[in-house]
Design a protein around this ligand. Structure first.
Ligand SMILES: O=c1ccn([C@@H]2O[C@H](COP(=O)(O)O)[C@@H](O)[C@H]2O)c(=O)[nH]1
Length: 273
């Protein structure tokens, strides 16, 4: 999917919501555990109930890898379900990959070619040659960690090295890389006070913003300085939506929670247009 197609979807659905599909079998209703593939059945119900309210879905691969081969199969079925039934949806494999070049090339092939995700998250720590293999995929997007939502972000990312905070260095350096038009960045909603500074460095890039909902981040705070001409934001909520009910009405309640966020986004878009 091109960036313009994503922007068009945002305006069409009046939403820049990304729903995180972080399936934990300890949190799904017990009747699903009797089905052949509870993870996929859970995702299918969430997608069916919420696809009109969201422009993106983000399975975090850890929640699938934790269940071994069966979990990977559920991930594959989920992305196939999305690509077949909702090709207008932007898909994100939250895998936080990155390694020496030839290994990164294999990660990129796995997520972009085999699984056919639109995007994958990567960690910047190993530098340019670890990210370039992802960036070389035409029509695909690489979403690099910039300033993460967790407390540990202050251990390294905000530290000043050579006169500049590390997260700023990551943004400034990576925006000069070849095919950097395929780059987006992860910025935690819990770090909203940094977004103005981030926008000065990458005014035009899309930001994937996790941390609204369970982690306490605030949508309005993020949007205040985060929105750009193309909207430029994908706001993720995972637990706050998919586990809003742990009973058999989980899909209905997930849709209600997604609708609450979508309506706030609609108001923000109205003020923007
Ligand atoms: O800085 C980051 C990067 C990634 N994440 C991931 O996003 C979701 C958030 O889930 P919630 O349940 O809405 O808190 C999850 O997959 C994280 O691994 C993040 O939170 N922060």
């Amino acid at each position: 999917m091109t960036t313009q197609e994503l922007v068009d979807q945002i305006w069409k659905k009046k939403s820049f919501l990304c729903i995180g599909l972080d399936v934990d079998l300890n949190k799904v209703p017990s009747y699903l555990l009797e089905t052949e593939d509870p993870i996929f059945e859970f995702n299918k119900k969430i997608i069916d109930a919420t696809h009109h309210l969201a422009v993106a879905y983000k399975p975090n691969t850890a929640f699938y890898e934790a269940y071994g081969l069966k979990g990977w199969k559920s991930l594959e079925k989920t992305i196939q379900y999305l690509n077949t039934n909702h090709p207008e949806i932007f898909t994100i494999a939250d895998a936080k990959r990155g390694d020496i070049g030839n290994t990164s090339a294999m990660y990129a092939k796995a997520f972009f070619e085999d699984l056919a995700f639109d995007s994958v998250t990567v960690a910047p720590y190993m530098g340019k040659d670890s990210i370039e293999p992802f960036l070389s995929f035409k029509g695909k997007h690489t979403i690099m960690l910039a300033l993460t939502s967790n407390q540990g972000a202050f251990d390294f990312q905000t530290k000043t090295i050579g006169g500049i905070e590390l997260y700023k260095k990551v943004l400034e350096t990576s925006k000069e890389w070849q095919n950097s038009k395929n780059l987006m960045y992860v910025v935690g909603a819990t770090k909203a006070e940094f977004i103005g500074e981030i926008r000065k460095i990458v005014p035009n890039s899309f930001l994937l913003v996790p941390g609204v909902g369970a982690q306490g981040g605030n949508l309005q705070d993020v949007c205040k300085y985060g929105i750009n001409d193309q909207i430029g934001l994908l706001i993720n909520s995972s637990r706050g939506i998919i586990y809003a009910s742990k009973e058999s009405d989980f899909d209905v309640v997930a849709a209600e929670k997604a609708k609450e966020l979508q309506q706030q986004m609609e108001e923000i878009l109205k003020a923007q247009s």
